[in-house]
Design a binder for this molecule. Sequence first.
Ligand SMILES: [Zn+2]
Length: 271
Amino acid sequence: MPGFWNTLFSRSRATGAADPVLRVGSISESDWREAAALPLFSGLTPSDFANLRALAEQLLADKTLTPVSDARLDGVACAAIALQAVLPILNLGYAVYRGWREIILYPGEFVPDREVTDDFGIVHRVRQPLSGEAWEGGPLVLSLDDVAVSGQCQGYNVVIHEFAHKLDMRNGAVDGLPVLHSGMPVEAWSTAFNTAYDDFCRRVDADQETDLDPYAAESPAEFFAVLSEYFFEAPDILSATYPAVYEQMRLYYRQDPLLRLAPYLQGMNPQ
Ligand SMILES: [Zn+2]
């Protein structure tokens, strides 16, 4: 791998020649409608949805989508990736996604063969199946099988996960602390996240059942990315488990999915 891609952050859950890249013009109106029908987008106002679509088209004009390993990328998948990718920045503006170019798409989980050096200087060969990864300063990689099960309001969303890493990377350190808006004290963010992270790691270490994916205990960066999935996909679970984290994310993303999705979630779990 080129040296300037010095850090990557992946999602745990075979490369051939790249196919021709799908351009934004290949997506029909019916493809957009089908992608927009995902439960994730329930409750968006027509005006919100118009903004989401405009941001999605901006993403597709700015980034190259590159299918590899015989991945088949149709118009619906392309629209679904773009719409889910820009949901976190609906009220942040597109500029936060600039500075890198490529989204690489595998048909399913992929197993990179790479070497990592540990704290003692020992090099290990790592082969671990991934559903996505985000390179600092480089591409974002997604498994289309995992994209296909994202957006169902089940708490899992590989697209939001990897784009959350990209947001986290904007200030250099990939540590679960993105660039906060003015009026958002770092202390409030750190207190909410550190308290929740310590509690969550303790539960996972004790083999307790958790409502959140135990993968979030991997690191503060993964905690932020996984909890971003819950913020948009299952805000009821996140706000019930770590309300202070939900509040910080509401301020950061400038959205309130709990409010927006309440009728949909109520329909899924009637009292
Ligand atoms: Zn990750």
